[in-house]
Design a protein around this ligand. Structure first.
Ligand code: FE2
Ligand code: FE2
Length: 241
């Protein structure tokens, strides 16, 4: 389902979001945590439209990135040593982001890493070869940039806003780095965007087309996450409804 042209495939997949089934059995060398959870749909992740919900939703994206790069490194499909080092480097930073957000949220964390259930079948599709892996990485990293930018206007806690702002710039660097490996433009061109101009939220995007990296709503982020079909947990709550 996920091809080398991840960006265009994802756009097509968006049309189908909401109709994906639960994934199959692990068929490759997956990290134990992912393999062990591959058969369960996982608990509902509910994010409400408040600071706690927003930062927990950001935490989910960091968890996805962290699990993704761990799986990439374990897959053995990145054979170029420089690229493999970069995947490890990004994975370490995503894991640091997970720890960072969990520490900022403290007792307001809504789910544990162990609560997450990954669709190992879809993940293995992505892990089939280097180009699929790197294009999926671009999708995840660009998604993070759109998500954090989109969340910024809704956060009221200065500390949470500071935390989100200190991460979004790193995600943009990640996106640029992986894009460079693929000889894709380092800044996401409008034509690569998974949310078209017509579907951009006008309140969030008064400067549409002027500075790139348009802002996505949490609901749009969930649609794209669902299109990747790598997370089994249902996502709900007023933030994404
Ligand atoms: Fe991150
Ligand atoms: Fe990242």
């Amino acid at each position: 389902m996920i091809s080398e042209k991840m960006h265009s495939t994802s756009r097509r997949s968006l049309i189908k979001w909401g109709i994906y089934g639960v994934g199959g059995i692990a068929i490759g060398a997956m990290p134990q945590a992912i393999y062990a959870q591959s058969n369960s749909r996982g608990k509902m992740l509910a994010f409400n439209a408040n600071d706690i919900g927003i930062l927990n939703f950001a935490l989910l994206l960091e968890e996805l990135e962290s699990a993704f790069y761990a799986a990439v490194v374990s897959s053995g499909k990145i054979t170029n040593s420089r690229e493999l080092e970069y995947m490890k480097y990004l994975g370490a930073q995503e894991t640091a982001h997970v720890k960072f957000l969990r520490s900022v949220l403290a007792n307001q964390v809504l789910f544990t890493t162990e609560d997450l259930s990954f669709n190992s079948s879809s993940l293995n599709d992505i892990l089939a070869n280097r180009d699929r892996i790197l294009n999926a990485a671009v999708t995840l990293e660009d998604l993070g940039v759109h998500a954090y930018n989109g969340a910024g206007t809704s956060l009221t806690s200065p500390i949470f806003l500071l935390a989100a702002g200190s991460i979004v710039s790193v995600e943009a660097r990640h996106a640029a780095g992986v894009r460079a490996l693929l000889n894709r433009p380092t800044t996401e061109p409008d034509r690569d965007r998974l949310i078209s101009d017509a579907n951009l939220n006008s309140t969030l995007n008064p400067f549409k087309g002027k500075a790139y990296d348009e802002l996505y709503t949490p609901k749009q982020i969930v649609a794209i996450v669902n299109s990747l079909n790598i997370l089994n947990n249902p996502i709900g709550g007023t933030l994404v409804s």
